[in-house]
Design a protein around this ligand. Structure first.
Ligand SMILES: Cc1cc2nc3c(=O)[nH]c(=O)nc-3n(C[C@H](O)[C@H](O)[C@H](O)COP(=O)(O)OP(=O)(O)OC[C@H]3O[C@@H](n4cnc5c(N)ncnc54)[C@H](O)[C@@H]3O)c2cc1C
Length: 340
């Protein structure tokens, strides 16, 4: 690896890869690093999961995403993104984590941890793009027992839950999808949510299925209920009706994620305390640190669900494009869907 790069892109998820393609098409050969594998966030989706977005809207660099059904599975998306990286000849260094960095007179110097070697290297770059997503940073409940071995902030393959008491905290798409899959795999499922009812953003094909399972008594639900503590074998909850202990062999806290605010701050990026948005120019995505850019969901701060693959994939055009492609990218993002 050269230690001096024109452009360093941090995060080889769909948006980081799309940014790299935008750069390549302007004659720049960026280096991409990722703390995990290519598309690490999708690697962490449950095995066999199907995207809710149609394949054409997951495509980057005009490469067709061909899949066997109407929507792509996790496995098809992984093959697609790593195939695109290959045919676009992108220089990707997996398992390289950006730790910190600083602005210097002639560019940025960043410290990168080589996860598999256990050491660190410094890289100097003229421009750095942070396409780091949010999946590494769950919104914690901060309750006792949250870090016990049977507790997870990520959905899991439903088969592993067969025959178990499962408590799922949250009422967005991931929580409802896991509740249905776990029930069908043979788990005894209880959904706990601090408010009454499902989020309006729950997909139209999940909502009636879930509501019918609840009506039939096949999935239990506790609305207006908060988690007080997690213990081996149970979750202590409280609601207007009083306190209760729910049996729980496995507990899933699917209460959302947030960008790596600490990393942004270490790099000198200002974060708006109200929205969690990193300070940036919406036309060019350059942050308040000259030469440091942000792309994809972190641009939305706490409102991560405003930026999906389908609208974030044009962010590279804002960073590397001319005024015409910048305007096209801005209008492509204008009809941003509200989801998760
Ligand atoms: C279960 C589930 C289903 C979803 N379904 C859809 C869908 O149908 N359609 C849709 O559009 N979106 C969907 N999403 C959202 C989608 O996954 C994200 O919008 C998308 O992954 C964002 O792409 P990204 O490249 O910005 O971030 P990510 O895919 O999260 O990529 C960020 C990358 O940065 C890396 N990284 C983070 N920090 C560092 C660091 N310090 N140093 C180096 N690398 C770092 C990570 O390892 C990761 O690979 C879904 C999300 C979930 C959880």
């Amino acid at each position: 690896m050269s230690n001096a790069e024109a452009v360093l892109i941090v995060g080889a998820g769909p948006i980081g890869l799309a940014c790299a393609i935008s750069a390549r098409r302007r004659g720049i050969d960026p280096l991409l690093i990722d703390a995990g594998a290519i598309a690490e966030s999708i690697v962490r989706y449950p095995v066999g999961m199907t995207f809710f977005t149609t394949p054409d809207r997951l495509e980057i660099g005009d490469h067709p995403l061909v899949c066997s059904g109407a929507k792509a599975t996790r496995e098809e998306a992984l093959m697609y993104y790593r195939g695109v990286a290959r045919v676009e000849r992108l220089r990707v260094r997996p398992y390289h984590r950006l730790e910190t960095g600083r602005r210097e007179a002639d560019g940025l110097t960043v410290e990168v941890g080589r996860v598999l070697r256990g050491d660190r290297v410094a890289i100097r770059a003229g421009r750095v793009v942070l396409a780091t997503g949010y999946f590494g940073h769950p919104n914690r409940l901060d309750v006792p027992g949250e870090d016990l071995a049977h507790v997870s902030h990520y959905p899991e393959e439903a088969h592993r839950l067969a025959g178990l008491d499962v408590v799922i905290v949250g009422a967005k798409n991931s929580a409802i999808e896991l509740a249905l899959a776990a029930y069908r795999a043979g788990a005894r499922v209880t959904v706990v949510h601090r408010r009454e009812g499902l989020k309006p953003s729950v997909k139209y094909w999940l909502r009636p299925d879930f509501e019918n399972r609840v009506k039939a008594g096949e999935i239990a639900v506790r609305w207006e209920t908060v988690v007080r503590a997690i213990e081996p074998g149970s979750v202590r909850v409280e609601s207007p009706a009083g306190a209760a202990a729910l049996p729980a062999d496995r507990v899933f806290l699917l209460t959302g994620y947030h960008p790596d605010y600490e990393l942004f701050r270490r790099l000198g990026v200002e974060i708006d305390p109200a929205t969690g948005r990193p300070s940036h120019d919406p036309a060019t995505l350059e942050t308040n640190v000259s030469g440091l850019f942000v792309a994809g969901s972190p641009t939305a701060g706490r409102f991560i669900s405003e930026v999906f693959i389908e609208n974030g994939r044009f962010d590279g055009e804002k960073i590397f494009g001319d005024s015409v492609s910048r305007a096209a990218a801005a209008s492509a993002g204008a009809d941003r869907p509200v989801g998760e």
